[in-house]
Structures are given as structure tokens and as C-alpha cells.
Design a protein around this ligand. Structure first.
Ligand code: ADP
Length: 547
């Protein structure tokens, strides 16, 4: 017997409709790419999103067509986001930090018909234009007075483009499983892979993040998404904030410590989220200028493991920093490090230790850890294995690929290695491709790095595997020092003593610059290549010559 409730497809445009009905005057503030601060609200965002939809419809963009954005976090990007989805086209957010050849590759792979780009990216597109097989229209996100001179064929200023229609238009209706968004993972090896979100997965993900112990925003919050709309579906914030009527503050192109601090302070931001590299810049700026942010109640760090030293630094400044873990393939939120009753009253080092966990999964995400043969491992906080997930906002396949990516129970292998404890808190020890295997046992590179970053001279640290004649692999620690700081290999090693297991101690330490991926992670593949022939002091022969 079927239930007798209304069939009401879970469509993304209903979110902006709701925001415009219940929170029409709630502000959306942007540090515009052109410079000045721009203010609008949900009522106007919806009106202009409808114009985007109407103009795309007039340009014969239909259900399932892919439309790309190459843009910073701004109000215009939000309008386009809803305008594209509202006619059943697919909003393909492109990460401008990918290598140019990867950008061209994904535009062609997605077969994007239209691209919306910030003025910042016009020179890049001009260079790529001869390779872009399918783009019919370049819309530049500015007005006529700021429109650059460009060789891009038929390029038009966004404001002129939407002013050609009157906004007298209605969203299209379609099945909730229709594709809504396309986001390619940054792909450290091989080509990037496309994750295709549906309207249903986005709406459910947004309801999931709205749980109080997840992101839990309300209409009284002011949110600054440092995480770009092009990184992993904006961690759901472009849906969650309008769904509950939070004010949004978009940082545009400026993510340095001073610029982010200025917006956090001026707009009395209560919630913000981003990757550790951005928070490191904010932390340094606030510490060196003895600054505070009394309105900020929650700073969520995700995308890579934040060092406990960073969580502690924000705690000292009165800011609650907690972790989120997830993946593009998950919509993307998978767990949040909120403190449950047994831990809520912790203070000092115990609190920091608990906040250093990647947290527990919310309703709508199921997790397990398995050994290499797929057997489930216990949730005892000790056993570590491959972390696998399932749920209604987890991918079941990649766009345009036929590979089977789920196990027989429907779980997706995240590629992370983790423990889960009896309270359901999960801790990532490594990416499976980054683990250091010494004498058959795994060394957690994240824990070695976290211990090293607590050293006052160290800005960032990366532990990588280097081959070793006796142990197979041993850890090499690469550290990037804070500006104007000096230290020695011996000093770092003596600092680590007693903080990590003896056999996890790096065999060598080098000072070097640390490269990052397009999504702010340490690019370990490049470091492994750089140090492939590094001779560890403990190895008597050069590893490359070992038979
Ligand atoms: P991309 O694959 O494009 O770089 P994703 O954000 O999808 O971008 O990357 C997901 C991966 O990022 C996760 O599988 C995990 O390895 C890492 N990650 C995300 N959040 C955390 C976290 N809080 N701690 C440790 N690793 C994290």
C-alpha cells in the first residue's frame, strides 16, 4: 500500500523560492571582483535567477544541457547557479585553480554549451578558446562599463545579457532525480572525474547539513563561505544558507587574511567554512595584529586535516574551530566534529584532541571501515582500514564512465584510511595512496605532520614515504618554515621525540616549499617525485640502486 501524501519533487529552485518568500530582505553581501562591496537580498537574487533561466531558455538551453561557471563566490554566481538548475540544465562549476589543460579537458568532456566567467578569467579563456570545442557563448560576469576588451567570440557582459529579458518566467518542473550540478574532482593523477549531483541529492544534503550538530545554520546566522562554489558543491552552503534564510557574505576573489578578516568583522559573521590553507592566513593575520572576532561562533575546517595547533590557536582567540570531512563524491559533507555529551564539557588539551577528530556521520550518511579484502573492521578506535560510505547524496557512478564504484553493499570507497571509535568518531590517518608502510605496518602521515606543525618555526609539514632497503618505506618529513624563522633538522627531530611513536619518527627532515592542489591539499605526488631518490641517513645504499 502506498502512502497518501503529495508528490512534491525535491527541486533546488524551491530553495530559492522559499528564501524569497520567507526571507526576502535577508542580505547577500559580496566583495565584488570589480572591487566595491555589493549588497542585494534573496528576493532580488530569485528575480534575477529567473531572468537567467528565461534567457537560457530563449537561447535554447534545455533539460540536461551543461552550462559552466568559472567564477569566484559572488551574488552573480548564486543567481546563475539557481537560474541554470531551475530549467533542468546542469550547473558545471569549474575550479579555476586546475591546470589550464585540465580546464579545457573538462569543458570538452562535459560538453558545456555556455560559460559564465569572471573578468579575472578572461585571459585564461582567451588562451584556451581554440581548444574549446563546444562553447557557444561566453558571458562575462560584469556590466558594460567594466567589460574588458576581449577576443572571445560573441562575448557579452552579464548585465546586458540578463537585461534582454523581463523576468516574466516560471521554473520548469521535472523529476527530482534530474541532474542539477556537475563538479570534477581535482584528480592528482589522470583526468579529473565528474560527480553529477541530482536535485534530490542536493535538497536532501541541504536538509542533512541543517541538522543542529552538522552545520546547523539558522535565519539569525551570517555565513561567509570561504569555500568556493566551485569546490565540492560549495560544501552545500549555497543551498543550506538560503534554505534557512542565513545572511550570506561572499568574499569574491580576495582570500588573504586581512581581506577575510575585514569581512568577518564588518558583517558580524557567525559561521564560516574553508580549507586549512585559508585559515592559516587568517590565523597568522589575527595573531600578529592581536585581533578578535566576538560574533564568530563557528569556524569549520575541511578539505584536508587541520593541525591541532591551528584548532588550538583559534580556541585561544575565542573561536570554536571544528572539522568537517567529506568529498566531492558525497555532496560533499560526510562527518562533522561536533562535541557530543561525553565530550561537550572538555577543556584544554582534551578538548583539542577531541576536536582533532573528523567527527561522526550525520543521519543520511552511513560509514564502515574494512580491511583490504572488504571485511568489516571493529569500531574500537584502534583498527584502521578503508573508509567506505553510502547514502542518498553519495555518488553511484562518475559522469561518462562505466566503472563500478560501489561494493556489494552499495558502499563507495573514499580512498581514505580511518579508524572509528565506540562513540562513532572517525579519524582519518591517511589517503590510502599516501600511507607510509614501514616493515609491513602503516605510519599515519597526518599524525606525524600534526606533531611537526606544533613547532613554532614550522608553517606546514608533509610526511612522505621514501623507499628504504630494510623497511620497505620510511618517513621523510618536509617542512616549510614560517617567514623569517630558522631551525635545524636536529631541533625538529628532538621536538618530535615523545610526541609520536618511536618507530614513526622521520628518518630525515628537509626544509622546502610545499606545493598544493587546486583544492588546497598538499600535493604529495609532486613531493614524492621530488624526493624519489632522496638518500635517508638510515639507508646505507641509495634507494634507487636497491635490487
Ligand atoms: P578533490 O578530490 O577535488 O581534491 P575533495 O574535497 O573531494 O576534493 O577531496 C576529498 C578528500 O579530502 C577526502 O577523501 C579526504 O582525503 C580529504 N579531506 C577532506 N576533509 C578532510 C579532513 N577534515 N581531514 C582529513 N582529510 C580530509
Amino acid at each position: 500500500m502506498l502512502g497518501l501524501m503529495q508528490e512534491w519533487p525535491l527541486l533546488c529552485q524551491r530553495i530559492i523560492d522559499h528564501a524569497a518568500i520567507c526571507h526576502p530582505d535577508r542580505e547577500v553581501v559580496t566583495r565584488s571582483v570589480e572591487g566595491p562591496i555589493h549588497r542585494t537580498n534573496y528576493g532580488q537574487i530569485r528575480r534575477r535567477a529567473l531572468k537567467v533561466a528565461q534567457r537560457l531558455d530563449r537561447d535554447s538551453i534545455v533539460l540536461g544541457d551543461r552550462v559552466a561557471t568559472l567564477a569566484w563566490n559572488t551574488w552573480r554566481h548564486l543567481e546563475i547557479w539557481y537560474g541554470i538548475m531551475g530549467i533542468g540544465a546542469v550547473c558545471h562549476t569549474i575550479n579555476p585553480r586546475l591546470f589550464p589543460e585540465q580546464i579545457a579537458w573538462i569543458i570538452n568532456h562535459a560538453r558545456d554549451r555556455v560559460i559564465f566567467a569572471d573578468i579575472t578569467f578572461v585571459p585564461l579563456l582567451e588562451k584556451l578558446a581554440p581548444q574549446l570545442e563546444v562553447i557557444e557563448r561566453f558571458v562575462i560576469l560584469t556590466d558594460r562599463s567594466n567589460m574588458p576588451v576581449t577576443s572571445l567570440r560573441g562575448a557579452i557582459a552579464y548585465e546586458d545579457w540578463i537585461d534582454s529579458v523581463d523576468g516574466d518566467f516560471a521554473w520548469k518542473l521535472f523529476d527530482e532525480n534530474t541532474a542539477a550540478g556537475l563538479c570534477y574532482t581535482s584528480g592528482t593523477t589522470g583526468n579529473p572525474k565528474g560527480v553529477l549531483y541530482s536535485h534530490r541529492s542536493n535538497v536532501l544534503h541541504s536538509l542533512m547539513t541543517a541538522q543542529a550538530d552538522v552545520l546547523g545554520l539558522s535565519c539569525n546566522d551570517t555565513v561567509l563561505p570561504v569555500v568556493p562554489l566551485f569546490h565540492a558543491n560549495s560544501w552545500g552552503l549555497a543551498f543550506h544558507a538560503p534554505m534557512v534564510g542565513s545572511k550570506i557574505v561572499f568574499p569574491g576573489a580576495k582570500l588573504d587574511g586581512a581581506s577575510v578578516y575585514e569581512l568577518l568583522w564588518d558583517e558580524k559573521v557567525t559561521f564560516t567554512a574553508g580549507v586549512p590553507t585559508v585559515w592559516l592566513m587568517l590565523q597568522q593575520y589575527m595573531e600578529s595584529n592581536s585581533l578578535r572576532l566576538p560574533a564568530l561562533r563557528d569556524l569549520t575546517i575541511g578539505g584536508a586535516a587541520p593541525p591541532p595547533a591551528m584548532i588550538e590557536a583559534f580556541e585561544r582567540m575565542g573561536i570554536c574551530a571544528r572539522q568537517g570531512w567529506g568529498m566531492t563524491e558525497m555532496g560533499p559533507v560526510g562527518s562533522i566534529g561536533s562535541l557530543k555529551p561525553p565530550f561537550a564539557d572538555l577543556t584544554g588539551a582534551e578538548k583539542i584532541a577531541q576536536l582533532s577528530s573528523q567527527g561522526f556521520s550525520p543521519f543520511l550518511v552511513e560509514m564502515k571501515i574494512t580491511d583490504e579484502s572488504g571485511e568489516k573492521l571493529p569500531h574500537d578506535g584502534k583498527a584502521y582500514g578503508r573508509l567506505k560510505v553510502r547514502g542518498p547524496s553519495v555518488a553511484k557512478a562518475y559522469y561518462g564512465l562505466n566503472d563500478e564504484i560501489l561494493d556489494k553493499e552499495g558502499y563507495f570507497d573514499t580512498g581514505d584510511v580511518a579508524t572509528i571509535d565506540e562513540h562513532a568518531y572517525m579519524r582519518i590517518t591517511d589517503r590510502s595512496k599516501d600511507v607510509i608502510k614501514s616493515g609491513g605496518e602503516w605510519i599515519s602521515s597526518i599524525e606525524v605532520e600534526n606533531a611537526a606543525i606544533a613547532h613554532p618555526s614550522v608553517q606546514e609539514a608533509a610526511a612522505i614515504a621514501v623507499s628504504h632497503p630494510k623497511w620497505g618505506e620510511r618517513p621523510l618529513l618536509i617542512v616549510q618554515l614560517n617567514p623569517n624563522m630558522e631551525t635545524t633538522r636536529a631541533d625538529i627531530l628532538s621536538f618530535l621525540e615523545g610526541k609520536i611513536a618511536k618507530w614513526w619518527m622521520p628518518d630525515d627532515v628537509v626544509m622546502d616549499s610545499i606545493p598544493h592542489t587546486a583544492t588546497g591539499k598538499i600535493r604529495k605526488s609532486e613531493l614524492r617525485e621530488r624526493y624519489r631518490n632522496h638518500l635517508l641517513p638510515s639507508a646505507s645504499v641509495r634507494p634507487a640502486t636497491v635490487k
